[in-house]
Design a protein around this ligand. Structure first.
Ligand SMILES: [Zn+2]
Length: 304
C-alpha cells in the first residue's frame, strides 16, 4: 500500500430521496445510498471528523450530509444505522422553527410554474434590476444563470427577489413538500442516534465570501450556539455553505477558528492527509450513482 492511499476521504451528500424534482442534483436514492455505504465499508474504515488527523493503518472515509433536509432523518438515518456507518449532518440552524424552505428550492418551484408567456425574469438585485432570458436551453440552464446572480446577495435579499418574481408571475413559490427541512424536534431525534454527529452550516446558508467579518462571525458562531441549545451537546464541526474555493474567504476561516470549531469542510476536491489544514478539509461531492459507477469513482478519487 502506498502512502498516498492512506488519507481520509470525506464525502458530501445532501438529500437521500428519489422520485422528486432535483434540478441541482442534490438527491441520492435510498438504494444507491445503501450501496455506497456497503462499498465504503469494504474499501475503507468508516470514521468521524474528530479522528481526521489521527494516523490510521486503513484509509478512512467520513460521510457527511449538508443543509438539514428532513429526509436525512427519515431516509439516511435508518440506512446508516443498518450499515453501521457514522454520518455527520451539517445543519443550517435557521431552518429550525418557522422556515419556508431553502431559496434554491423556491426558485425551482417558481421556474417550474412559470407562465408560458413569460420569457424573462426580473430580479431586483440591490438597487438595480437584473433581467435574464429564460427557457432557451431548459430549466437547469435557467437555474444556473439565475443562481449566479443571486449567490453574492444576502439571503434576505434573495428571498425578497423571489417574493417579487412570485408576485409578478402570480404563482406560488413554496418548495415541494418532499424538500422539507428538519424541525427542532426532528433535529433532536436525529441527534439522539449514536450514528449521528451534528455539525453547523451557518444560520442562513449565506455565501460567506466578501461578506463583512462581523456578519460572517454572527452566522458562523450563531449556528453553533443555536444547534448546541437545541441538541444540548457541543457542536465541533462546520461546513462552509456551497464550499468551493470562491464561496468563502480568509475571514470565514478566521471566524470558524474563533468560534472554537475543531474542523471545517469545504467542497474543494481532494483527500485529507496529515498536514491538511483542519479548517479547509477537502470533500468529494457524490451524485446519484449506482454501485458500479460508485466503485469506479472510489478508484478515481484514490488516484486523484
Ligand atoms: Zn449547504
Amino acid at each position: 500500500m502506498t502512502m498516498r492511499s492512506n488519507g481520509t476521504l470525506i464525502l458530501c451528500y445532501h438529500r437521500i430521496a428519489e422520485g422528486v424534482e432535483d434540478p441541482f442534483y442534490l438527491c441520492v436514492s435510498p438504494s444507491n445510498f445503501a450501496a455506497h455505504l456497503e462499498e465504503l465499508s469494504r474499501a475503507r474504515e468508516p470514521s468521524i471528523l474528530a479522528d481526521v488527523s489521527v494516523p490510521s493503518r486503513r484509509p478512512r472515509v467520513v460521510v457527511t450530509l449538508d443543509d438539514g433536509y428532513r429526509d436525512n432523518l427519515t431516509n439516511a438515518l435508518p440506512i446508516a444505522e443498518s450499515k453501521g456507518v457514522p454520518i455527520t449532518v451539517f445543519v443550517t440552524s435557521g431552518i429550525l422553527g418557522n422556515h419556508h424552505g431553502f431559496w434554491w428550492d423556491r426558485l425551482g418551484t417558481l421556474l417550474r410554474s412559470r407562465p408560458p408567456h413569460v420569457q424573462e425574469i426580473d430580479l431586483p438585485v440591490g438597487d438595480r434590476n437584473v433581467r435574464l432570458p429564460l427557457g432557451s436551453s431548459g430549466i437547469r440552464a435557467d437555474l444556473d444563470s439565475i443562481r449566479r446572480h443571486l449567490l453574492p446577495l444576502r439571503v434576505t435579499e434573495i428571498e425578497r427577489a423571489l417574493d417579487a418574481v412570485s408576485e409578478r408571475w402570480q404563482v406560488g413559490s413554496a418548495p415541494p413538500p418532499d424538500a422539507g427541512t428538519l424541525t427542532s424536534e426532528e433535529l433532536r431525534q436525529l441527534a439522539a442516534s449514536d450514528t449521528i454527529t451534528i455539525g453547523a452550516h451557518t444560520v442562513d446558508h449565506v455565501r460567506l465570501r466578501d461578506r463583512p467579518a462581523r456578519e460572517q462571525q454572527d452566522t458562523i458562531a450563531g449556528s453553533k450556539a443555536e444547534l448546541e441549545r437545541s441538541i444540548g451537546r457541543t457542536v465541533s464541526h462546520f461546513a462552509y455553505p456551497f464550499g468551493r474555493r470562491d464561496d468563502f474567504d480568509d475571514r470565514s476561516v478566521d471566524a470558524v477558528r474563533s468560534a472554537a470549531f475543531d474542523t471545517a469542510c469545504t467542497t474543494i476536491p481532494g483527500t485529507a492527509r496529515s498536514g491538511t489544514d483542519p479548517y479547509r478539509l477537502p470533500r468529494r461531492l457524490v451524485m446519484d450513482w449506482g454501485r458500479l459507477r460508485f466503485q469506479v469513482q472510489l478508484q478515481r478519487w484514490k488516484l486523484g
